[in-house]
Ligand binder design. Structure first.
Ligand SMILES: Cc1cc2nc3c(=O)[nH]c(=O)nc-3n(C[C@H](O)[C@H](O)[C@H](O)COP(=O)(O)O)c2cc1C
Ligand code: SF4
Ligand code: SF4
Length: 278
């Protein structure tokens, strides 16, 4: 079976999901790879043809597909269009996210022929408290490339679209999670919640002198929570805590010092590996 083009569809505030999705799509051997970036806006209602492949990639937020990504993904429909579903998580756990993404795109008319879970640097990772820092690394991207190549082979082997069989993403292997660090994490989270210490509701600019009003955070914010000309403030009611503004700030003026970042760094040191099914 011949696929003409691949659509790489991603919601990716800090770019890890985007990098993984593009590394996969590059190896599928198609005439064109078309990026569909859902991070900053909802795309126009579009039907992706059955003769194309869609690679969907989203980050995991609280074990789920981010609600904003769900809303934006609903603009895209398939006509039994073959699809690959990928979730990228910050080395803690992806919980229901892959199954949710699978259900969503299936209900939108896509046929899921492959799935994968990857680790990306956690949005809350800092130099002082790293969480999966530098992921996806070279090995992850090689895994993504090999996965893309195998998807290409699977498509090529199928004589017709009916022969291109779907997969049950619930059968993907879950990464091993040592019990003690998980137990420690859960205990610390309960303690933190009981302490009543208020958690920051959005990133902030602690040292106003550091901000050079370059506007990068305004351009990268998926929800319009930062206003041009008023970059020192953040509208917490709009903020989804994605940390795009923190990671893109060239002057390190924006910070998001959540105690969760410290707990994640302490408890999820052992690096998890990508997994896939096809
Ligand atoms: C609000 C929020 C919630 C998150 N929840 C989880 C989670 O439940 N499990 C996990 O392992 N990582 C979690 N992460 C980390 C992201 O999944 C991870 O950093 C991912 O690579 C970000 O993708 P992006 O670079 O495409 O934005 C969360 C990040 C944010 C901002
Ligand atoms: S990216 Fe940083 S320096 Fe630039 S406007 Fe935003 S906070 Fe200021
Ligand atoms: S203000 Fe909030 S939503 Fe906007 S980029 Fe920063 S963390 Fe993300």
């Amino acid at each position: 079976m011949k696929i003409n083009e691949a659509y790489v569809v991603y919601f990716s505030p800090t770019h890890t999901s985007q990098r993984v999705a593009k590394a996969i799509a590059r190896e599928v051997e198609v005439s064109e790879v078309i990026p569909v970036d859902l991070t900053l806006e909802k795309p126009d209602e579009t039907v992706l043809p059955a003769s194309s492949l869609a690679v969907f990639a989203v980050p995991v937020y609280g074990g789920h597909v981010p609600p904003l990504a769900v809303e934006r993904l609903k603009s895209l429909r398939g006509t039994s269009t073959p699809a690959v579903v990928v979730v990228v998580y910050g080395n803690r756990a992806y919980e229901n996210a892959l199954v949710e993404l699978d259900k969503l795109v299936t209900s939108q008319g896509f046929k899921v022929i492959a799935g994968a879970t990857f680790v990306g640097e956690h949005s809350y990772s800092t130099e002082a408290h790293p969480v999966a820092a530098g992921r996806p690394d070279a090995a992850d991207l090689q895994y993504a490339a090999d996965f893309g190549e195998k998807i290409g082979e699977k498509i090529e082997k199928a004589a017709t679209s009916e022969e291109l069989y779907g997969v049950d993403v619930r059968r993907i292997r879950r990464p091993k999670q040592p019990f003690l660090p998980l137990f420690r994490f859960l205990r610390k989270v309960i303690k933190l919640r009981k302490s009543g210490i208020p958690l920051p509701q959005a990133p902030s600019v602690e040292d106003e002198n550091l901000c050079k009003h370059c506007g990068s955070c305004v351009r990268r914010c998926p929800t319009g929570a930062i206003t041009a000309g008023d970059e020192l403030h953040t509208d917490a009611s709009k903020c989804i805590k994605c940390c795009a503004c923190v990671k893109c700030c060239p002057h390190r003026a924006r910070v998001y010092n959540t105690p969760f970042g410290v707990l994640l760094s302490e408890c999820f040191k052992k690096q998890k590996l990508p997994q896939s099914i096809l």
